[in-house]
Ligand binder design. Structure first.
Ligand code: PFF
Length: 450
């Protein structure tokens, strides 16, 4: 008879990798990364980004996994269990829950948009429109109230349903089904994009580094983007880490997840830039790159309606596996610490996020003039979480594990109780104690003064 070694968590290593890669791969890869790369000069940004993912991203992901798996708890419970009763560290866990809540509130807005764009592209309503008309469709939709709120609510509900089904039957299963589909659709899109005549310009833009275009600010954007994309700094990977089986290798698992995340970002670039260049669009157009520029690109290519539908499906799938990881951070906390039922926890958190997230949705329309520090509510949530809460969370986490937790225990967890050689341990530990905190302090200070 087969017994499940960790009944509370994932049932296999591949399940863990796909679920966590699903959490990492999201709008950050397909929506945020391409437009940031477009605005920061292309290839050079990509190179710096890859460096950050490998040098800092992977060690920090390992750190979250170590904290989660060692404690076998949600993000608040983890710090409670590992800090030996020093209450201050529990605040770091609560900080993670708040960050997850705020990210979920604004992320679900853009995630909801994918639903409308799946319908719009599938029904051919974007087909044949002039560029101005495509821009108008986006403006009219996002500036409205009812439809974007409905889309957001539907997306939140979809996520809530998966979470209610549990870690194995919900999160792991959805990851195992959707991630391969996502890769398949992405590769299909790459082939389409690369076979357009004139696509080489886009490939050059993406892969040929021009360091003269790189500014200090773009280096920092690349670092910030790597955290956002890998979901580091607010407990998502602590929570998922607590579901990873004790016999799985955390080093290998982290590398696979980070490589998947990187690959999807690069492939999204391969889909977007050759097509954008082939049709003479602007690669540096910003956040509306995929919602305004791409539909125009699809309108110019053979079988554009089909590929537009595939693209927005892809975006929706990527967003869903990420919103699942965001909600799970909150729900795991409510279930384990507050002893709520999973269903109640999903429902209550979803409704609360909707109440707050609605303000983010409305900040594109009726509330667009409600500004603080010259930013809309949506922008403020994005800024506070990605530029402050995630780096602060990651910094405190490295201080906790690198400086306040016994080194021997860290090694024990990484080497599966000494059964693995863990040859890279010393290097990992140097990054954990010195390099990662330093990089994080630099991002934070430059964020504050910039
Ligand atoms: N990594 C996700 C993305 O790239 O879209 C965003 C994200 C998900 C950030 C979950 C944080 C998180 F906990």
């Amino acid at each position: 008879m087969s017994t499940n070694p960790t009944p509370r968590g994932f049932t296999s290593n591949i399940g863990a990798i796909l679920a966590a890669a699903g959490g990492a791969v999201g709008l950050g890869n397909i929506w945020r990364f391409p437009y940031m790369l477009g605005q920061n000069g292309g290839g050079a940004f990509l190179l710096i980004y890859i460096l950050f993912v490998l040098l800092i991203g992977i060690p920090l992901m390992m750190t979250e996994f170590i904290i989660g798996r060692r404690s076998q708890r949600n993000v608040v419970g983890a710090y409670k269990a590992l800090s030996g009763g020093r209450k201050g560290w529990v605040v770091l866990g609560i900080f993670g829950i708040v960050a997850a809540f705020l990210i979920y509130a604004f992320y679900s807005v853009v995630a909801g948009w994918t639903l409308n764009y799946i319908v719009l592209s599938g029904s051919g309503r974007l087909a044949g429109l002039e560029p101005d008309a495509v821009a108008n469709v986006f403006a009219n939709f996002t500036q409205g109230s009812f439809l974007p709120l409905l889309c957001q609510l539907l997306f939140l509900a979809l996520t809530g349903i998966v979470i209610t089904m549990g870690v194995q039957k919900g999160i792991e299963k959805v990851g195992k089904i959707l991630m391969p589909i996502l890769f398949l659709l992405l590769i299909l899109m790459c082939v389409r994009s690369l076979t357009l005549s004139g696509s080489q310009e886009g490939m050059k833009f993406l892969f040929k580094p021009d360091f003269s275009k790189l500014t200090g600010q773009s280096v920092l954007s690349a670092l910030g983007q790597s955290f956002f994309s890998l979901s580091i700094g607010m407990g998502a990977m602590v929570t998922y880490g607590s579901y990873i089986r004790k016999e799985d290798r955390l080093f290998k698992t982290s590398i696979w997840i980070a490589l998947c995340d990187l690959l999807v970002a690069v492939l999204a670039g391969v889909v977007i830039f050759p097509a954008v260049f082939a049709f003479g669009m602007d690669p540096a157009s910003g956040p509306e790159l995929v919602y305004v520029v791409l539909p125009n690109v699809f309108n110019n290519m053979p079988a554009g309606t089909l590929f537009s539908l595939i693209f927005f499906l892809l975006l929706g799938i990527a967003a869903l596996t990420s919103t699942i990881s965001l909600l799970e951070i909150i729900v795991a906390f409510a279930v384990e610490e507050l002893h709520w039922k999973r269903t109640t926890a999903s429902l209550v958190s979803t409704l609360l996020v909707f109440v707050v997230g609605a303000f983010c949705t409305l900040s594109f329309g009726p509330l667009q003039n409600a500004k603080l520090f010259d930013r809309t509510i949506f922008d403020l949530f994005d800024l506070i979480t990605a530029s402050y809460l995630m780096p602060i969370g990651a910094l405190l986490m490295t201080i906790f594990l690198g400086w306040c937790y016994p080194k021997a225990e860290v090694k024990d967890e990484l080497s599966n109780n000494g059964t693995l050689k863990a040859r890279a341990f010393e290097l990992y530990y140097i990054i954990l104690r010195y390099i990662a905190p330093l990089a994080l302090v630099i991002i934070l200070i430059s964020g504050i003064i910039g």
